[in-house]
Design a protein around this ligand. Sequence first.
Ligand SMILES: *[C@@H]1O[C@H](CO)[C@@H](O)[C@H](O)[C@H]1NC(C)=O
Ligand SMILES: *[C@@H]1O[C@H](CO)[C@@H](O)[C@H](O)[C@H]1NC(C)=O
Ligand SMILES: *[C@@H]1O[C@H](CO)[C@@H](O)[C@H](O)[C@H]1NC(C)=O
Ligand SMILES: CC(=O)N[C@H]1CO[C@H](CO)[C@@H](O)[C@@H]1O
Length: 405
Amino acid sequence: MLLKNLLAAAAMVATALAAPTEEKRQSSTRKMQWFGINESGAEFGEKNFTGVYGKEFIWYDLATVDKFIAQGMNMFRLNFLMERLTPNSLTGAFDPLYLGNLTQQVNYITSKGAYAMIQPHNYGRFYGNVITDTSGFKTWWQNVAAKFKDNSLVVFDINNEFHDMDQQVVFDLNQAGIDGIRAAGAKQTITPEGNSWTGAWSWISSGNGASLVSLKDPENKLVYQMHQYLDTDGSGTHAECVSATIFSERLQVATKWLKDNGKKGVIGEFAGGVNSQCIAALKDGLNYMGQNNDVWMGAIWWAAGPWWGDYIYNMEPESGVAWTGILPQIKGSFFGSSAPSSVPSSTAKPAATSTSAKPAATSNTSTGGSVAKWGQCGGIGYSGATSCASGSTCHKINDYYSQCY
Ligand SMILES: *[C@@H]1O[C@H](CO)[C@@H](O)[C@H](O)[C@H]1NC(C)=O
Ligand SMILES: *[C@@H]1O[C@H](CO)[C@@H](O)[C@H](O)[C@H]1NC(C)=O
Ligand SMILES: *[C@@H]1O[C@H](CO)[C@@H](O)[C@H](O)[C@H]1NC(C)=O
Ligand SMILES: CC(=O)N[C@H]1CO[C@H](CO)[C@@H](O)[C@@H]1O
């Protein structure tokens, strides 16, 4: 997010969680598949595409991943810049160190059974210019997806917040990204994003709905990523929220579009300031999403990361204002109350409602009846293959999730 933000998310199977005892309770009442956090910092210094690690930009503190998971989160949207991953061109070689950091983060997160969303924070631009080379963009995604195609807990976010672009270019870039990812043999969930900062409230008025409904995915695993802030201009730059019901109100046109068209969506960025009106609006909106979990896969908070300091939405453990002021207030909305009657029956078995996020079925690229490295190989409720591809063995992560590595 820059002027406006949003979220991206990936799908999470409720059974793929850490901390057996605690998560057992949570997974049985999870209202939406994904509850996540934006990890932000590797895209910092957006005016300086080279930058230096630790000076212009920073990667994420892996210890915080465990803390978020302990709070029930299962989705990490990893912000980074395309220019730092492939500095020479869209089709050029990777910077091995930047790729190394991205890969390390993805592997750590997914080794814990959570989802990692690979999210180029580029607004449809490369070195400041709108990307018009759809073929090059397809190759960029094919090359990136090839690196992660065997990790079923990875989700691909085509690009953060297209804006002020020709709608056809936004469509073409999304389709090229999808085509590139599938050309690499990757079968995981993909989240396209829209023009106009991919706002949920403007999904129809922006023209995104009419245009992006026609995106084609041979795997049928698209989850439309939208972003929604609660301040007056929807920019996510104010601590105040318009009203205690503004979040659910702003989600309504998008919810209708998703239902009318048989699509799935995720709120890849959302936030409000630490005050009672915003907290009420956040709970109301998340409860609304939970009631509509046939189309909403989840929501991802903006933001965490080591460098957010006293930022109004900072959820970095344990100093961020939102870590103490928001997370304890809203996490219940992702899991429901203790009253079983408040839990929709469909949430008791989220995996069954998800066509897009079934780890075992998506990354099984090995032959001979074995699970590819990083794929799921066991856990309560899992019925897939249990033998790992050569070079990896099955490790129990928790009662609900075992993984090949
Ligand atoms: C960009 O980052 C490099 C490396 O830290 C630094 O030397 C340079 O001054 C920065 N350029 C700008 C315009 O900030
Ligand atoms: C991450 O980037 C830093 C700075 O370039 C580098 O020193 C480090 O080796 C990288 N880590 C990995 C795992 O590649
Ligand atoms: C995965 O491997 C199993 C054997 O362990 C096989 O039956 C199944 O068809 C494979 N699934 C996919 C999607 O390739
Ligand atoms: C609304 C908001 O806080 N946006 C910030 C999101 O993160 C980028 C950097 O990635 C900042 O530049 C924005 O100000």
